[in-house]
Design a protein around this ligand. Sequence first.
Ligand code: FAD
Length: 381
Amino acid sequence: MSVKRAIVVGAGFAGATAARLLAEKGYEVAVLERRSAAGGGSNETLRPNGIVAQRYGPHIFHTKNEAVFRFLSRFCVWRPHEHRVLGSVRGALVPIPFNFRSIELLFPPAESEALKSALRRYYPADARAPVLALMTHESAMVKKLGEFVMEYVFLRYTAKQWGIPPNQVDRSVLDRVPVVMGYRDTYFDDPIQMMPWEGFNALFANMLRHPGIRLELALAERDGIRLDAEKGRVLWRGAPFDGPVIYTGNVDALLDCRFGRLPYRAVRFEFEDLPLDSYQPAAVVNYPNDWEFTRITEFKKITGQQAAGATCVLREYPTDSDRHEPCYPVENPANRALYDRYTREMRRYPNIVLCGRLAEYRYYNMDQAVASAMDKVAAID
Ligand SMILES: Cc1cc2nc3c(=O)[nH]c(=O)nc-3n(C[C@H](O)[C@H](O)[C@H](O)COP(=O)(O)OP(=O)(O)OC[C@H]3O[C@@H](n4cnc5c(N)ncnc54)[C@H](O)[C@@H]3O)c2cc1C
């Protein structure tokens, strides 16, 4: 029987999931990763003071997708982790999403009571209402609160994130931003919120440990796949490769950016190691209003690492510069049309499957990247 061979480009969640599932289908899989470690956006590094930090920003696993959770549970033991975020607003650190405690911290007692009872009149306890719905509410009080939250918490944060003036933020993108009608202060509302007990690096090592998988790290550009435009074939190391290729990198780069670059908002990450037990009262503090950074993360409060007298924090500075990590696809109709142009061109290479946040040009959470890889591999014999 001939050996079935597959290539996976990229060893983030999408690539590692695809590689594992293809190997379990009997493929010999070469995983080609240009970085020196697997894990993509969730990769961890050890700081000089012994603190584990996530190299590309805070990553917390949360999902509604039980199939994804079951799949990843084969490769790690989980630790329940409810993520909490505070926002620096008018000199106070208030829960985000904005909740009744945030109201109490920002408004005088009588006004705060009036606001809470107005909200109780219209919403069930702990409901999450979109801030835009509050802003168009029939009650003048509810409306006023909605406008305050929009202005001081979300608009400025989003403007900083995307590098545009607040009045140019498309308000419809804020439609999903909730206000919580009670004291619940968890950031995500997914039923599954976990962190891998031994970290994401260990999860990836377990997922990629399979006799059918060969992981090639720190891959030189010349050792990656090439496209033979004339014959519509993939070339790998000088020879045609006709087996399945799961590509999780930037699709524009694969086609030499011939139609122009697909724009991303990037982030400059600035780490600071500190001789402190604790730096801030929550894992993440958002800074919508002051400073150039958008948020500060303290990793110990996400990873659960116990370390006296040592901590590490990360400040995130959004930028357009392509010298930094491409983080957020700039989703608008023009960029979607550009992406579609690339995918039309990719149809000339029928054995290439585009998968994951870069190749699909979507803001995927980790669970969605895994789900996409599961779907795509299910369609391969
Ligand atoms: C700041 C930030 C915070 C986030 N926080 C969360 C969170 O809390 N929870 C959550 O669920 N999600 C979070 N995400 C999203 C998460 O990072 C993505 O869902 C996840 O990284 C998607 O996995 P992926 O495999 O598609 O892409 P990636 O993780 O980006 O992996 C792609 C891999 O492919 C490699 N690669 C690319 N091109 C090539 C090439 N040509 N050759 C070889 N290798 C290549 C890259 O080096 C990389 O290792 C966050 C994202 C950002 C930017």
